[in-house]
Design a binder for this molecule. Structure first.
Ligand SMILES: *Cc1c(COP(=O)(O)O)cnc(C)c1O
Length: 386
């Protein structure tokens, strides 16, 4: 329909310096885990107030290893939200735990703390909040519950690096946080992730588990100062980050706060443009002080007002060469989970409803005013607005 090029819902913002760093890495002769990964880890540690960062191949690897490091046993329950990327639930299962879902607050789309409390049983071991779209979960009451019941907390921060809760940066306090550097996220290393924690036992377990269970990493072994000898403490995974990936991260991290400012300005424009449209329900902010990382902007379509459903809307936008994301369908409707845990669609009505009506509008730091106007005028056209 449209002559204009396809506008994706997300696009990484890679500076020339980041690209040149990857080339320098390739020319250096050391392309896997090594000095650039170390440098990026040190930068992430400093960014999170000195709490230790461990770089990995993905956030999925980070969630998996964080849960393994906590030593989940068969039947141990991990409470999380149904409205997340399925990696959150998959890693609970892969680490030997049982996912237990607490429905979301329909206003913020984050896990509802009262429902979370109601889901705690004697078998609960871990709380796994997800800072959905980059909006921090209400962490003070969550950590109070963790303390009261002796639970560990693994925060899925895939959307939330750079966000803040009550004036404190996400990842700069609390138990264990997991960041994602997937290309759609707020900063990228191609693929990649990191765990942030101060727990010495968790740090040691992840250092081993991320590289075959070997106590020394490959850089130590192959560098001049390293030793060829190593010991295997336990069978581990191949979850290390490469220097080619860290080369991007070294240049992305100093730009992160500026990226979030650009995202915030774009969201304000969307809010102004969509204000008063009965067809959309816009995300609302909680009362506590916070900095939203605006990884995603997720209005929900009101089918009865719009005259078409969410999937029809996404299709109509695609025909106008505009990509709309879907984050997410509620995880409790996926076949394996339905069958394994007996979850029915109506068990988590708020997540089910959000998952059926939600969409992610194009939002990325290099998005131009013209591109944003294109999105808004295509939305008007699809809805038959003047
Ligand atoms: C992207 C994402 C993940 C997984 O991140 P990867 O780095 O792609 O493994 C986990 N949880 C949430 C909420 C995500 O959005």
């Amino acid at each position: 329909m449209s002559e204009l090029p396809f506008l994706p819902f997300a696009k990484p913002a890679l500076s020339d310096a980041a690209i040149e760093e990857v080339v320098a890495c390739l020319r250096s002769g050391w392309i896997t885990t090594g000095p650039r990964t170390q440098q990026f880890e040190d930068m992430l540690t400093a960014y999170h107030g000195g709490r230790r960062a461990l770089c990995l191949s993905s956030a999925t690897a980070g969630l998996h290893l964080a849960l393994l490091a906590l030593g989940l046993k068969e039947g141990d329950e991990v409470i999380t939200t149904p409205l997340t990327f399925v990696a959150t639930l998959n890693t609970i299962v892969l680490a030997g735990g049982t996912p237990v879902l607490a429905d979301i607050d329909p206003a913020t789309l984050n896990m509802d703390i009262a429902r979370l409390e109601a889901a705690i049983t004697p078998r609960t071991r871990v709380l796994m909040p997800v800072h959905f779209t980059g909006l921090p979960v209400d962490l003070d009451p969550l950590y109070a519950l963790a303390q009261k019941h002796g639970l560990r907390v693994v925060e899925d921060c895939a959307h939330a690096i750079g966000a803040a809760y009550q004036g404190r940066r996400i990842g700069a306090f609390g138990d264990i946080q997991v960041m994602s550097f997937h290309p759609n996220k707020n900063m990228t290393t191609g693929e990649g992730g990191a765990v942030i924690t101060q727990d010495a036992a968790v740090i040691q377990a992840i250092e081993r588990l991320r590289f075959h269970g070997i106590d020394r990493n490959a850089f130590n072994r192959f560098a001049k100062s390293g030793s060829q000898q190593y010991d295997v403490a336990l069978p581990g995974f191949k979850y290390n980050m490469m220097d080619m990936q860290a080369a991007l991260g070294i240049h992305q991290l100093p730009e992160l706060d500026g990226f979030i400012d650009k995202r915030t300005a774009l969201v304000e424009n969307y809010r102004k443009a969509l204000a008063g449209w009965p067809e959309f329900q816009l995300p609302s902010a909680p009362a506590y002080p916070h900095r939203h990382a605006w990884h995603l902007f997720t209005p929900r379509l009101r089918d009865n007002q719009a005259g078409l459903d969410r999937d029809g809307f996404i299709q109509a936008m695609k025909e106008r060469n505009i990509g709309i994301g879907l984050h997410y369908q509620s995880c409790h409707v996926f076949s394996w989970y339905k069958e394994r845990f007996g979850w029915r669609p109506e068990d988590f009505p708020n997540a089910l409803d959000a998952g059926n009506r939600i969409m992610s509008l194009p939002l990325f730091p290099t998005m131009t005013q013209g591109e944003q106007e294109r999105v808004i005028s295509a939305m008007r056209e699809v809805l038959g607005k003047a």
